[in-house]
Design a protein around this ligand. Structure first.
Ligand code: PCA
Length: 229
């Protein structure tokens, strides 16, 4: 048995829904029917979805509880990046909280570490380049992204990698070969708006392809993915 933990977020900033949760729910529905691409490639895969609060600290506590309950083999966290026009495969979590807006509990931390004494940055351990190639081949708008921002999504990405990989950049390297649990983060665009170039179904397929790629034990593929910004 292989288990994937997928998280989405509550609505925030006055919105009435969060498309990251729509994607998580649709993935769970497809998984229940055995219809995921990842299930065709990795037999015995089940998907567990959890919704996280958009609250500093509480989001990571909810993620911890979900990891403890599910004991996943891979963790994929999803969030909304409003105003973007592609599925964004986040490469880096920063040890930084600098909130542009208050979270759903009214807190707005400025220039604080997420983990005192933690490494400044940690890298996603999903097979992002392999996934990027597959998602591009499926003609879904996708980008490798070097910043998940400095709000709750970045906090969940950094906190996840800290928990899975021991918290220092050096340990992360050491763990890479043996760590069975890959983890990372995907930002999706608004999805519902008429002018959004990515549909809900495309975002679901992109995350499905990322899951399929990341359940492969091999190291990520090495093709150029650098960006100017
Ligand atoms: N997006 C926010 C937090 C929750 C979400 O869906 C972010 O990008 O930090």
């Amino acid at each position: 048995m292989t288990t994937a933990l997928i998280t989405g977020f509550d609505p925030f900033a006055g919105a009435d829904h969060n498309p990251s949760w729509d994607v998580a729910e649709e993935l769970a529905a497809r998984a229940a029917d055995g219809h995921l691409i990842a299930q065709a490639e990795h037999t015995g895969l089940t998907v567990d979805v959890h919704r996280l609060p958009v609250v500093h600290g509480a989001a990571l506590e909810a993620l911890d509880a979900a990891i403890a309950a599910v004991a996943p083999d891979v963790v994929l966290c999803l969030g909304l990046a409003d105003g973007t026009d592609a599925v964004r495969l986040e490469r880096v979590g920063l040890n930084l909280r600098d909130a542009r807006i208050p979270d759903n509990a009214g807190a707005q931390p400025v220039d604080e570490p997420i983990v005192d004494g933690g490494a400044p940055a940690l890298f996603s351990t999903l097979r992002l380049k392999a996934a990027h190639a597959r998602i591009t081949a499926a003609q879904i708008p996708v980008q490798l992204s070097l910043s998940a921002g400095s709000f709750v999504c970045n906090e969940v990405l950094y906190g996840l990698l800290h928990r899975l990989h021991g918290g220092s950049a050096e340990q992360q390297d050491d763990d890479e070969a043996s760590a069975p649990v890959r983890g990372g983060f995907v930002h999706v665009p608004s999805l519902r708006e008429a002018d959004c170039p990515v549909s809900l179904q495309q975002a679901v397929e992109a995350v499905d392809l990322l899951l399929a790629a990341s359940l492969d034990d091999r190291p990520d593929v090495e093709h150029p993915g650098g960006a100017l910004h």
